[in-house]
Write a protein that binds this ligand. Sequence first.
Ligand code: ZN
Length: 335
Amino acid sequence: MGSGEDTSRKAVVLLSGGLDSTTVAAWLAREGWKIHALSVDYGQRHAVELSAARRLAARLGVAEHLVLPLDLRGIGGSALTADRPVPKEADPLAPVAAGIPDTYVPARNTILLALALALAEARGAGAIGIGVNALDYSGYPDCRPEFVAAFAELARLATREGVEGRPVRILAPLQHLRKAEILTLARRLGVPVAETVSCYDPDPGGGACGGCDACRLRARAERELAAPVEVAVDAGGSGPRAEARLSGRPVGWAALRADPAGDWRLEILEVAPEARDLGAAPRLLRALQRFAGTGSIRVAAAAAEPEVLRSCGFRPAGRGWRWQGPPPAALPLDG
Ligand code: ZN
């Protein structure tokens, strides 16, 4: 685009019609970006997503909403694009299993970001917004921060804008947020959450199935936000200590100690049975992460459940787990 054009406040946003992508679009709009929404009709079994995307784009007042047909059913290889069942659990609050599930669409985010990059260059947009999330998610490899960073490098190398020193930025503000944090952000931004469609297998009217990974992640987040668990941190003498209270009663504790290597070490993480399904454990860890700031926290393998650690951004390291700060701002709005 002409070098005199201001590209800094135009953004292409990949809008699927789900909660995450709509929240990214609403956040960027709130930050003053002019939004060019891009939805791809790739033959997804949940076509009601696209109707939701159209409605939400109109609600957000985007400058443009492009729905691009690109049928990926010829490639198949996923429960979303082939005649294969979407995996479901009977218990609507069952955790999401580790590993890459059958709803993974081969190379989907690579394809979608390539299309967004082309649109960004054509429209002279300086950024691409995408709602990927690497904490409460289905384990798709193309949702990880490494993937987003690698694509940003590709965008720098692949385009005229990049070669001329104005690479298109990839904005993925939700990637380090827990689902409950995303839902909080969406509500604060005024996103019509009930109109978003995140379910992998909704009925023709858009009703959620209740059993797929996406439905269960949202149900767990909603339950966590509805529970009156309060978490407070006390700096303490030898390390910070966090306490969770449910209706005023203590129901969980977590504490850090400094170790000789300069890391923090998780000394205790205990949650009473009645608070276990209310997000108390990840919220205690989040509070300690904020205290640790740019430091790092080590956790012995047996000290906490892998699911809880993963959902707070910890990664396997040696015989246990490790997290490296800084923590995400509680919400992009705050940071
Ligand atoms: Zn579902």
